[in-house]
Design a protein around this ligand. Sequence first.
Ligand SMILES: Nc1nc2c(ncn2[C@@H]2O[C@H](COP(=O)(O)OP(=O)(O)OP(=O)(O)O)[C@@H](O)[C@H]2O)c(=O)[nH]1
Ligand SMILES: [Mg+2]
Length: 192
Amino acid sequence: MQVSAAVQKMKILVVGPTRSGKTGIVNALAELGGDGNNTNTNPTVGVRILEVYRSLEERPASDQNRTLIELWDCSGDRKYENCWPALQKDADGIIFVFNPENKTHEREIETLVRAFTTPTQLRDSQCVIFAHHPQPFGMVEPPKPKVAKTFPKIGVLHTTFGSETIREEFQRLLQRCALVAFEKRDAEERQI
Ligand SMILES: Nc1nc2c(ncn2[C@@H]2O[C@H](COP(=O)(O)OP(=O)(O)OP(=O)(O)O)[C@@H](O)[C@H]2O)c(=O)[nH]1
Ligand SMILES: [Mg+2]
């Protein structure tokens, strides 16, 4: 059976400190003009949910096999911390975003990774961390951020607005998350 035939909907959270680029990244993934020119985003109030469709197969057989992806663009403001359990409920995966050029973000992202992966029990494969640079960093790849050492099994990628890495890694994350969701559903059905 095809994974996308069995997994018809997934919930992906986008989590990180304030002004790290979460809304810009979600706009790019939803093709809402997050192409590197839209510098006027407002701070997100609570959470914003966008729906996109993606095929999860390596070689999509038809358009009918597209999965609905709910992208939960969460505010980075800690005043919404009491809403975190509601955000976390039934999440299939998380994109963590921080700005490696901001000194406080490195510490904040580590706290957020723990705060979101512990209660959800998501596997490392269901997460990805974007070290998101507000300005392009040129041809030379910046050094690996410290968070990569703290969570060695979670993928950490350098991104900027407009970089293909965002789209490619999103697709890879979806495929990994769908596999976990598929296995979980399969195991549940066997128990019935
Ligand atoms: N170049 C460019 N800059 C962007 C784009 N989208 C957002 N920005 C800028 O990136 C910075 C971060 O903005 P957001 O993406 O709104 O940040 P956020 O992480 O969603 O912040 P909160 O919602 O407050 O948690 C701001 O300076 C924005 O003006 C974009 O598509 N291109
Ligand atoms: Mg935002």
